[in-house]
Design a protein around this ligand. Structure first.
Ligand code: NAD
Ligand code: DAO
Ligand code: ZN
Ligand code: ZN
Length: 370
């Protein structure tokens, strides 16, 4: 079939919206009509060329929601008409990783997914001239139709709005999951969140859900304050306005250091501050941000010797097929909010405007509606 897609033709160039060919689903695959997709910082990271694993030409996008149109041979858990959210972290429920409760990093299709290919080693997308176009993170939601492995699709309820729940495909789950699944924050905790963007705000609402007493937000952009307060931030710190060292300032503010700190900036200097602002003896610092290629983290080992620990989280530690439908329920039941974070919506033809808004720091989430 033909479909309309925004193609990343080369690093550093705007996406080009064009018709492309899409081959039907092979065994274990599913054809999905994407109804809406968020534009995430990670799409920008890849498009900019900063992502060392970025491949071109490709159809980016990994934060979508849509409807199953057709299933390939051997697909048993989905049928046409089902509503789904594509998962860049699949859940096969059979591999060594899926069988280990300590991780959500299913590895069953990791190699081909990293090469921009379906599990059989080929692409379903091509140009009208027949040249292959690569998939991205196994999702490619910047196309009106895409093919996704069955194990990388969460089936969700049909009354949930696509233009909001698409955000659960990355930002919402990453932020809330980092609190609930990775840190396992206890009621009454004190926490610091570095970076109040599309991920950090969801960390904040996760902390509120978990019953944290103090939720400190740290950002160099003060325009994020109102939104962060709305989601549960109790204190705001702008590092550019702190005259002395930031670590002792934050330790003092949290009465000895935070029980949990979260980096949602991707800046390795911020990651160090986050670790060192966590409480001596038990503080845990969770790295969510993806740092630039080649960047390294540093601290004095004595910070760890004295009981602080550093951990990381991908997709909020969520097992997508199991957890994502529950998060959709939380949204539909009013336990979490999404709508205020969708600050801009646009058609596919205007997708590059979504990237411009992100660069200007003017959006939390832009969503493309097909
Ligand atoms: P964003 O650009 O919307 O937000 C980043 C925020 O950090 C901005 O508000 C910015 O002002 C702030 N910031 C920048 N430098 C800062 C500094 N020195 N001190 C304090 N605040 C600072 O980005 P986002 O969409 O929220 O993504 C955040 C990070 O999370 C990115 O690195 C992204 O790649 C990563 N990410 C990780 C996962 C995962 O599974 N681990 C998933 C999605 C995104
Ligand atoms: O299993 O090695 C692996 C790949 C895990 C990918 C996790 C990606 C999470 C960070 C990227 C941000 C996604 C939007
Ligand atoms: Zn698996
Ligand atoms: Zn993302």
């Amino acid at each position: 079939m033909r479909t309309r897609a925004a193609v990343a033709v080369a690093a550093g160039k705007p996406l080009e919206v064009m018709d492309v060919n899409l081959a039907g689903p092979k065994a274990g695959e599913v054809l999905v009509e994407i109804k809406a997709t968020g534009i995430c910082h990670t799409d920008e990271f890849t498009l900019s060329g900063a992502d060392p694993e970025g491949l071109f030409p490709a159809i980016l996008g990994h934060e979508g929601a849509g409807v199953v149109l057709e299933v390939g041979k051997d697909v048993t858990s989905l049928k046409p008409g089902d509503h789904v959210i594509p998962l860049y972290t699949p859940e096969c429920r059979e591999c060594e990783y899926c069988l280990n409760p300590k991780t959500n990093l299913c590895q069953s299709i990791r190699n081909t997914q990293g090469q921009g290919l379906m599990p059989d080693g080929t692409s379903r997308f091509s140009t009208l001239d027949g040249d292959p176009i690569l998939h991205y993170m196994g999702c490619s939601t910047f196309a009106n139709h895409t093919v996704v492995p069955e194990i990388a699709l969460a089936k969700v309820r049909k009354d949930a709005p696509f233009d909001k729940i698409c955000y659960i495909g990355c930002g919402v789950t990453t932020g809330i999951g980092a609190v609930i699944n990775t840190a396992k924050v206890e009621i009454g905790s004190r926490a610091i969140v570095f970076g109040l963007g599309g991920i950090g705000l969801n960390v904040i609402q996760g902390l509120r859900l978990a019953g944290a007493d103090q939720i400190v937000g740290v950002d160099i952009n003060a325009s994020k304050v109102d939104m962060a307060k709305r989601f549960g931030m109790t204190d705001f710190v702008n590092p550019t306005e702190v005259e002395d060292d930031l670590v002792p300032f934050l330790v003092d503010l949290t009465k000895g250091g935070a029980d949990y700190t979260f980096d949602a900036t991707g800046n390795v200097d911020v990651m160090r501050t986050a670790l060192e602002a966590s409480h001596k003896g038990w503080g845990e610092s969770i790295i969510i941000g993806v740092a630039p290629a080649g960047a390294e983290i540093a601290t004095r080992p004595f910070q760890l010797v004295t009981g602080r620990s550093w951990r990381g989280t991908a997709f909020g530690g969520a097992r997508g097929r199991t957890d994502v439908p529950k998060i959709v329920d939380w949204y539909m039941d009013g336990k979490i909010e999404i709508d205020p974070m969708i600050t801009h919506t646009m058609g596919l033809d205007d997708i590059n405007k979504g990237f411009d808004l992100m660069h200007a720091g003017e959006s939390i989430r832009s969503v493309v509606v097909y």
